[in-house]
Design a protein around this ligand. Structure first.
Ligand code: ATP
Ligand code: MG
Length: 250
């Protein structure tokens, strides 16, 4: 597999507290990889470390083989990595469309900068985001804070796509949403992947993670405890990797 993104002994700290202990992962071009694990396992930290939101050594993260660890987040966006962060972090007080336009402007600036590498070949436009999530066209002028949680998540995903990513990092996009809305959001994944974007999905719902991904990593206390093809991994293996040996659940 030629990895678009890979991590090599990735270590991350918050001050004196070590949150990641040498995490090795690979994401193939166009692949969807799920990252599961209990609260505090280090999933969000992993995404933050990849995105350059935490200081990490250059060799610990590679994009198309190029060492990029510790690159500033805006440069990572220019290089084709976008994140749908925990808690969405939308611009409250701004409309749905203005939230999306921020990403369009950011991508345009990145493309215009000499030396900036082009991001994905996805060609995401406002219209394509509206086709993916029609409600965002209907609510274009609505202040983003008056949308439902699911609609806000759609804005967050749309905003990330408009950065034209080759790699999309999603942090718990289903959290707190009703099953019907979760299905709507997950239904967008095949189209996102068809646009040539590889996806890392951090997901608490193990069944959902397994069914939506090609491969899966489970983390426990800052380490990868299980890696494999999602369709081939058993519940028992996941239970063990999730809670640690001796705490496996059927
Ligand atoms: N800003 C921070 N400062 C200090 N410690 C932190 C910080 N953020 C996270 N941690 C710690 O790092 C560890 C990993 O946290 P992280 O948020 O990555 O876990 P997670 O797997 O995303 O969990 P959750 O499922 O609850 O989102 C936890 O022990 C957490 O308490
Ligand atoms: Mg988290």
């Amino acid at each position: 597999m030629s990895a678009v993104l890979s991590t090599h002994g990735l270590v991350a700290r918050y001050g004196d507290f070590q949150a990641l202990y040498g995490v090795d992962t690979e994401l193939g071009a166009g692949e969807c990889v799920a990252l599961i694990g209990a609260n505090g396992a280090g999933k969000s930290t992993f995404l933050r470390a990849v995105m350059g939101l935490l200081p990490v050594a250059r060799e610990m993260v590679r994009l198309d083989g190029e060492p990029v660890g510790g690159t500033a987040p805006d440069r990572m966006v220019q290089k084709g990595v976008a994140i749908v962060p925990e808690g969405r972090r939308l611009f409250t007080g701004m409309s749905v469309e203005d939230n999306l336009r921020v990403a369009i402007d950011q991508a345009a600036r990145a493309a215009g900068k000499a030396g900036a590498r082009a991001g994905g070949k996805g060609g995401w436009t406002l219209k394509r985001v509206h086709d993916l999530f029609p409600i965002l066209a209907e609510k274009a002028r609505t202040p983003v804070q008056s949308l439902s949680g699911g609609q806000q998540q759609m804005v967050a995903i749309g905003r990330a796509l408009l950065c034209q990513p080759r790699v999309l990092l999603c942090d718990e996009i289903s959290l707190g949403l009703a099953p019907k809305v979760i299905r709507e959001i997950y239904a967008a994944l095949p189209e996102i992947r068809a646009a040539g974007t590889a996806v890392i999905l951090v997901e608490q719902d193990v069944g959902l993670a397994q069914s939506a991904s090609d491969r899966l990593y489970c983390m426990l206390e800052g380490r990868v405890t299980l890696a494999g093809k999602s369709a081939e991994i058993s519940r028992a293996q996941i239970g063990e990797a999730y809670f640690g040996v001796g705490h496996a659940v059927a």
